[in-house]
Design a binder for this molecule. Structure first.
Ligand code: NAP
Length: 508
């Protein structure tokens, strides 16, 4: 078997304006990584660079350091000439850096032989960056990078479509000595999967991210366990927008870790667009990603139905799907576990539903699951939404009534359920309803992040029982996990992980 280029393929990126800041980050990086990139171009002056290199030269660590002094022309911060850049890299090599990352713009100017000679004994990673998009002809691009005479090549290009990111990963699969770095928020799952495809490295931030979509070292190592993924790893994910702050990856990956299952769960940002191009781009990538299943969240729960090959009768009746199983190549089957989630959440608080009058605010995918669950449990359902037509449709489907917003102040309900994203992280100061509209015994906010939303705080101040969406979140996620895995989920550990993350956030 061939030796990997780097013993540790997760590379911690250390980047700060001062040497002291870099050294602090380095200390943090060394707890979790044995390959570290030093972004010399982030240091604010040459004195700071010299200070850092002097401190490094005094250390004898068994870490692979990669020195980078990226020029502005390639998206870095270094404003000097290629000659000065090379001189600084040479000093970094003298201080112990075993690799230098040199952008193609500089490498092409110097020539292959000269570059290798001047940076020896360090090895050269010849890199290409495109922050606007993925170039059309990657094979020709790689040939150009090869000619620059380095020991490995790196391609870092933005991808706004998964299709483009997959082309980058295909390079890593078919070539040796390649680092593939798909950039941008939509490429986040591909950054994790790059290692599985054979990329020699994946970068992770210790401080501020140095490239769009870069994950933190902790996320890469602990949450996604990117360096442990292999060709047998089963891939799952969540599609939605926003999705980057979702705790579903933590919930599901905790389950995989506890049960020692070779699987990973990743967030795929799929924005809503009129032509549904993003959703189609994701669905087209399902076979190439070897995706076995995915969760569906805001705003795709209803529209995903148009792309399914089959559906659980209850989900079909609800008209919303939050769980998809990939049963064969391109064969998608949908379920709705929000339905179970809402009943379990209310059950856990001993909320009796039969005969109760419940208002649901919102008429989207989650509202539909809640309305069906409550109606079947014997509650009288009322719907209020900013658009009348979806509210009417949902009320008709569950035999409920529509309440126009101005009437809320004059009505009384046993419970009010918020099924809109208003108040969700990061817009935590917003509330979907005003205080005088909360005439009820219980307020149930489907939002779980934050745990205590503005709406719940307002309710508690009025002496109303406040229920967070977190119990429903755990219950619907556990049901998904069990559908995909076909075994009991370690529910307690999964809940613990989510609650701990939410508490940490609350105390920040
Ligand atoms: P969705 O299908 O996109 O529906 C969102 C609903 O909220 C729609 O009726 C939408 O109205 C309405 N809405 C959006 N912005 C609004 C605003 N500014 N003012 C008033 N109404 C607004 O989303 P979803 O999947 O149902 O999710 C809704 C919320 O429930 C999200 O916050 C989600 O995180 C949460 N949820 C939680 C759980 C859990 O397990 N705890 C499970 C599912 C969902 P328009 O149609 O007019 O846009």
């Amino acid at each position: 078997m061939l030796q990997p280029l780097f013993a540790d393929r997760i590379c911690a990126v250390v980047a700060a304006p001062t040497a002291a800041g870099m050294l602090r980050q380095l200390a943090r990086a060394l707890k979790r990584a044995r390959t570290v990139e030093l972004r010399l171009d982030w240091l604010r002056s040459r004195q700071e660079i010299f200070r850092l290199l002097a401190a490094l030269a005094r250390r004898r660590l068994r870490t692979t350091w990669i020195a980078t002094c990226r020029r502005r022309v390639a998206g870095g911060r270094f404003a000097g000439s290629p000659a000065v850049q090379l001189e600084l890299l040479r000093r970094a090599v003298a201080a112990g850096c075993r690799w230098c990352d040199v952008e193609i713009e500089t490498a092409a100017q110097l020539g292959a032989a000269d570059l290798r000679r001047r940076l020896a004994p360090a090895r050269c990673l010849i890199s290409f960056h495109d922050f606007a998009g993925t170039p059309p002809r990657l094979t020709a691009l790689c040939a150009r990078l090869d000619r620059a005479g380095g020991h490995a090549i790196k391609l870092a290009a933005r991808c706004d479509r998964l299709r483009d990111g997959l082309r980058q990963l295909a390079l890593a699969r078919h070539r040796r000595r390649v680092v593939a770095v798909p950039m941008g928020e939509r490429a986040l799952p591909l950054r994790v999967l790059a290692l599985r495809e054979g990329s020699a490295l994946a970068y992770a931030a210790v401080g501020e991210a140095t490239a769009p979509g870069q994950l933190t070292l902790e996320e890469m190592r602990q949450l996604y366990r990117a360096d442990r993924l292999d060709r047998h790893t089963r891939v799952y994910g969540v599609i939605g927008d926003p999705v980057v702050h979702s705790l579903s990856p933590l919930l599901h990956n905790t389950g995989f870790r506890v049960r020692r299952i070779n699987a990973v769960y990743l967030p795929f940002r799929v924005p809503a667009d009129a032509g549904r191009a993003s959703l189609r781009d994701f669905l087209a990538a399902v076979p190439a990603l070897n995706l076995r299943g995915f969760s569906v969240t805001i705003p795709h729960k209803e529209r995903i139905l148009d792309y399914l090959d089959g559906c659980d009768p209850l989900a079909e009746q609800i008209g919303a799907v939050n769980t998809v199983v990939v049963r064969g190549p391109g064969w998608l089957y949908g379920y709705n576990t929000d339905y179970v989630g809402v009943l379990r959440a209310l059950d856990s608080r001993s909320v009796g539903l039969a005969g109760c009058r419940v208002l649901i605010y919102g008429a989207g995918g989650a509202a539909r699951a809640v309305a069906f669950a409550l109606a079947r449990a014997g509650a009288r359902v009322a719907i209020c939404a900013r658009r009348l037509e979806p509210a009417r449709r949902l009320a008709r489907a569950v035999g409920g009534e529509v309440i126009p917003r101005p009437r809320l102040a004059r009505e009384f309900f046993d419970a009010i359920v918020n099924a809109t994203p208003v108040g969700m992280h990061p817009r935590v100061r917003e509330s979907p309803l005003a205080v005088h509209e909360l005439n009820c015994r219980i307020v149930f906010d489907l939002i779980y992040r934050p745990m205590r939303t503005k709406l719940l705080q307002m309710a508690a101040r009025r002496g109303i029982e406040a229920i967070s969406g977190v119990e429903m979140f755990v219950a619907q996620g556990v049901a998904q996990w069990e559908i995909w895995m076909g075994e009991r989920a370690p529910e307690g550990r999964m809940r613990e992980a989510v609650l701990a993350a939410l508490r940490r956030e609350q105390n920040r």
